[in-house]
Design a protein around this ligand. Structure first.
Ligand SMILES: [Fe+2]
Length: 412
């Protein structure tokens, strides 16, 4: 019952918030058409000089984005957009490491004023924080697990706990939703995450569920995310923030260890991108730390186990170019292991049901060099301070409770 009550409160909060920020919007019952935002504006990638902003309205509408260095929006730059329901724009000409305020007017509604801080200049050694999380999706195919653990009612407390640590940006390791082609799943995701994403830009990583329910076919809404304008595709790209380089790899279409990984083999376009990107980052004197984000994991002690294709294709490049940590998802738990000095950190605990898969039998929680394993809601705080990196994995209570406790802390 508590699960359903929480869902009711969440929906009530959502309706109230929409009404508050949408003065003049007609939300009449019956057959009257709706207007205003279906997805209130959220941030996408933020760089030193750009920000991506996305929103969706009920009706196709021209819109305006106001952006200002002042919280009262005085002196705001105004950008007009053409008419559409879903809009994503990239605002350019911003100054690095500076707070900006923004709001959007479209389809007769004006969003609340929110803010963000542009990225540190590449090469800056100033301290900053990002948070890694993933597998926020529901699991509607697993009724017993939902009854036992709840579904997206664990998602919101994880986000609330993450926000309390004021990250500069987020890295999502994939499986945002159960089905990237199901708009109910998409709207449910944004209902939960919109408050967080309005003030915290996220780097998306392709998970297998960004496709059609994990079948790796069909189009996906999530590929509408903007990525850094530095080459690559939505599925694989790279990002620089201060002295850190993050390479996002697409292992999302690989569900089982037996799946081939042709799109990652030497000679493939993605392999060439990964090799060139890591080589350039390793040679860049402004970059001190290289991280990788991917979904299906090369190493796992749990349900899906190790993936020899991913290990054989990717690990030699990770070793050669001194990758320090690989962030992973796909399993609904927390794992930390070290292979050849590279930390493999799996954080798939942002709301999807924690459960053993029936075909797997008992969990295998032993693995070479496994340092920590826990089947709990979780996320990972990464604090970068010049040459030092401190990781803090946190376990969230869930079921409407955003309190958290330390799962593991370690430094590099
Ligand atoms: Fe997955």
């Amino acid at each position: 019952m508590k699960v359903r009550q929480n869902k009711g409160i969440l929906k009530a909060m959502y309706v109230c918030a929409v009404l508050l920020v949408s003065a003049g919007v007609a939300f009449a019952g019956g057959d009257s058409p709706q207007s205003g935002f279906k997805i209130t504006p959220i941030l996408q990638v933020v760089t030193q000089s750009t920000v991506g902003i996305m929103w969706e309205t009920h009706n196709a509408s021209a819109g305006t984005v106001q952006i200002s260095v002042n919280s009262n929006m005085s002196g705001a730059k105004v950008i007009s957009t053409s008419s559409a329901t879903t809009r994503k724009i990239r605002v350019t000409g911003l100054v690095a490491n500076k707070r900006y305020y923004y709001r959007v007017t479209a389809d007769g509604a004006t969003s609340a004023t929110r803010s963000f801080v542009t990225a540190l200049p590449v090469g800056s050694r100033e301290p900053f924080r990002f948070i890694v999380y993933g597998d926020s999706r529901t699991a509607p195919w697993y009724e017993d697990a939902i009854a036992k653990y709840g579904d997206n009612d664990d998602h919101l407390p994880v986000c609330q706990s993450m926000m309390s640590y004021s990250p500069d940006f987020l890295v999502h390791v994939g499986d945002f939703v159960y089905s990237g082609t199901n708009m109910d799943d998409i709207y449910n995701f944004f209902d939960v995450e919109r408050e967080m994403l309005a003030g915290n830009p996220v780097l998306p990583t392709y998970g297998n569920h960004e496709f059609d329910g994990g079948n790796a076919t069909g189009n996906t809404y999530m590929d509408s995310y903007l990525i850094p304008a530095t080459g690559g595709t939505f599925a694989y790209y790279a990002y620089n923030y201060g002295n850190v380089h993050i390479l996002v790899v697409n292992t999302g279409t690989i569900v089982w260890a037996s799946d081939n990984a042709d799109h990652l083999k030497p000679g493939s376009a993605q392999y060439a991108f990964i090799q060139a990107d890591l080589q350039a980052a390793a040679a860049n004197p402004n970059i001190d730390h290289i991280f990788v984000s991917l979904h299906a994991a090369p190493y796992s002690c749990a349900n899906f186990g190790d993936n020899s294709n991913l290990i054989n294709y990717l690990e030699p490049l990770f070793r050669q170019y001194h990758v320090k940590a690989v962030f992973m998802g796909h399993e609904h738990d927390y794992q930390h292991m070290v292979h050849d000095g590279i930390h493999y950190i799996l954080s798939g605990g942002a709301g999807s049901s924690m459960m053993d898969y029936p075909w797997k039998g008992d969990q295998d929680d032993t693995h070479a060099n496994l340092l920590r394993y826990a089947e709990v809601l979780n996320y990972v705080i990464v604090d970068v301070d010049g040459p030092t990196i401190n990781f803090q994995a946190r376990q969230v209570q869930g079921q409407g409770n955003s309190s958290s406790s330390l799962l593991e802390a370690f430094g590099l």
